[in-house]
Design a protein around this ligand. Sequence first.
Ligand SMILES: [Zn+2]
Ligand SMILES: [Zn+2]
Length: 263
Amino acid sequence: MPPQSPFPGKQQQLPVTTGLLSSGGWCRQCRRDHSLTSGAAEQACQDLMAQLDRHQRIDLQVASDLADPRCSTAALFAEAGGKMFGVLTCRDAGGNLVVLRAFSGQYNGLWQVPGWVGPVCDPVIFQRLTAPVEARIKVLGQQLACLPDHSRQRLLLRRQRRNLSRHLMGAIHDLYHLVNFRGEQASLSEIFSDRGMPPAGTGDCCAPKLLHHAARNGLQPEGLAEIYYGRPNTSATRQHGHLYAACDEKCRPILGFMLCGLS
Ligand SMILES: [Zn+2]
Ligand SMILES: [Zn+2]
């Protein structure tokens, strides 16, 4: 089957690879930046894109008759928009090349798909922590909708809801324990400490998933690149088939720690 363009009528252009995209951040311990260039990961991203074009699903290790409909790439071209996919090329202890792949956040509600590096935080533990608090926040929202504006009770419930959300965010940040290449561990709260609250979704991008997995499995990263696949985001800062370094907003503040100890 020939590769199909997800945008019919449009010629798909492959991005130019230079291998020089740089992902990194400031390391407080070493008092300098640590970074990792894209290297061979750019070509590996293009190989991944060709596979997604051909199969139109991400559960590539599963036989086509057993494919999970939730893993189809069709949704990436619909309203909700596309997604970042990341590749980390590494060497194992024997010097063999290992290519790790990850998608950002969840894929259609899935945290784990065979062939992809899983999340930093155990989804079961995450669910156990967040579900009851989110249910409570939802109930408060319903109660608020029935109260008159500016009433005393409304103000109280709003404050209660805000405190619950803040508390939940803090608890989530404590759940994310990132490992670096010195073998050290730190939670998102510890890494951000005096730099305020981590933005929502910090730790769920491709780069932290991949680096965390490599550090925990004795793999030496050599190249890191991300590719955007699907409908461009609303601000058009992400375009289908373009290569990117790790993001500045969520990843830069944690990559200094995560890359520490990498030779
Ligand atoms: Zn990121
Ligand atoms: Zn360092």
